[in-house]
Ligand binder design. Sequence first.
Ligand code: C2E
Ligand code: CA
Ligand code: CA
Ligand code: CA
Length: 279
Amino acid sequence: AKEQGKNNYQIYHSSMNIQTYKTFLLEKDMRKALLENEYELYYQPRLDAYTGRIVGIEALIRWNHPEWGLVSPSEFIPLAEETGLIVTLGKWVIYEACKQNKTWQDLGLSSVPVSVNISAHQFMQKDFIHHIDRILKETGLTPKWLEIEITEHILIENEQVAVTTMQQLQKRGVAIALDDFGTGYSSLSYLRFFKVNTIKIDKSFIDDLSIDSEGFLIVKNVISLAKGLHINVTAEGVEQEAQLHILRRLKCDQVQGYLYSKPVPAGKMAELLRRGILP
Ligand code: C2E
Ligand code: CA
Ligand code: CA
Ligand code: CA
């Protein structure tokens, strides 16, 4: 009976844990990738909606996997969040983005803030501010050229800590953007807690942006809400000329999307910065 129990256990074990094992292997690969320099930041410009001038740059991580090629962050960021690797990976992202932005400035390219996406777990680390300070000091980047993109998830973990951290960032001159605005349940109530510098209207609303659509009404009102609160508005995922025209009519400040540029490697971003204004 004892023997049988053991066998049963083994069968159960092997069939139920394939997924866990895959996850384990992937996590191991992701850690190794950090040492092997397989991660790379791509950059996407944020533009003035009226002039096409580059007013910001968002850093977006990619994984150059030796066998799989370029892996998108939606494939590995969720696992990095689950395992806690996001803290180490996230530090690398901030460092790399700040260093790159400083390099561009030193080359005499126009100075714009670089935005970095920060997971809730990373943002809520006790020493998060300390790391930001250290990275800014090490790279020599002036705080106002760094922006932190967060989602409302950070408030769910611990409101008080989140608000304090945001205040400390802004005190230093680091800007805060509220990403994916409108997708969560508490986007609006978030605005009562804290005055962010920028709201990024989620792509899903922009996708549905034709006159007399629901999306149109929502975007129109989010923009006027933001204006009333003196918060900048960026529309994400702008792909079509028609969307840009509607956004201009609605007085949206800034746009980001494939219409102007996909995320590109640093070298290509330097070229775009050299042009300054995109057609
Ligand atoms: P996000 O922060 O909302 O970034 C915008 C995503 O939309 C990016 O996908 C970008 O490439 C894509 N995008 C931009 N314009 C367009 C457009 O016109 N059309 C379409 N279809 N897509 C557009 P990406 O680079 O795959 O990143 C996906 C998500 O992964 C990001 O969403 C962000 O939440 C996360 N992420 C990316 N890099 C990092 C990072 O360094 N750290 C953390 N924590 N998360 C990251
Ligand atoms: Ca973002
Ligand atoms: Ca977003
Ligand atoms: Ca998103």
